[in-house]
Design a protein around this ligand. Sequence first.
Ligand SMILES: *Cc1c(COP(=O)(O)O)cnc(C)c1O
Length: 360
Amino acid sequence: MSRVYNFSAGPAVLPLAVLEEVQAELLEWGHTGASVMEVSHRGGPFMQTAAQAEQDLRDLMGIPDNYKVLFLQGGATMQFSAIPLNLGFAGKRADYAHTGHWSKKAIADAKRFIDVNVVCDTSEEGYKHVPEASSWQLSDDAAYVHITPNETIAGVEFDWLPETQAPICADLSSTILSRPIDVRKYGLIYAGAQKNIGPAGLTIVIVRDDLLGHFPADAPRLLDYQVMAESDSMNNTPPTFAWYLAGKVFAWLKANGGVESMAQTNQQKASALYDYIDNSNGFYTNPVAVDSRSWMNVPFILADDQLDASFLAESHAAGLHALKGHRSVGGMRASIYNAMSVDGVTALIDFMDQFKAKHQ
Ligand SMILES: *Cc1c(COP(=O)(O)O)cnc(C)c1O
């Protein structure tokens, strides 16, 4: 077997131990005599697996009882519309921080359903920092405040929350479970699974009870959080394989020290990589302000972009894959989610150093 170090931004690397478990039970799952993909979502074995996955996620994140946990489809992108539809009842407008590519998309979709007040906007500088809280132009009567705490493409992150009475909605697609957070401070948290949870096709929504029950009568029913909560996310067929696999990742996280332990390792990985970049005498640079740097997605640019193609070819040959930066940023990007080991980051740094020695 020759698995590479996979730095893909998403769908992204999964824990090997999880994939091996899945492989071992792919043809015969438990006592069902069938694969998990071939059995009813309403049968006992799947219902039990689904409930256990939810419980493990609740344990990992400390999700209080007055929050629903939904296992949905449509990706984080579908939530860009579902959020204004579900939460728009509480005010005339919604506040959105524009700190990167994904918040821009969230704003564009929300505008179809609600007035949007953009509280800060770093698009002109190319998303290189997150403006401090005191500069945000929050409205008094916002239905909710939407933030993207980790912008996956620019590698821009903040871990504080704005001061507001309105419920905070956070797109945690690329940072969920990377460290502890206090769920009680949020009205709604959502995340596509394919970065830090499991395979594509599953979206997690964690939403406070009191925000349910105000959905417009003429909007698609499957976007109504209350409908999905009342049916335990099984109003229609859920993405069973993705749900099952996410459950295995949650169990793996619990067995490996939970989010506290992930936070330590993630911080260690990110510091090592940023330190190396910052000390490369400008051969590599990270364009993001130091206080806004992501633990999960680390873009870096080579001083001489003529070397980009060789960097990508040689790193690929060395078993370090998916390092090409997003087309809007250029250069490279290493995504180092929970399932990326310290060894993987060390191998990347070693490679970068050899490459620099050869070409500087
Ligand atoms: C990947 C990503 C999305 C889009 O997710 P889909 O599941 O493809 O819709 C949205 N927000 C953030 C922060 C992301 O990283």
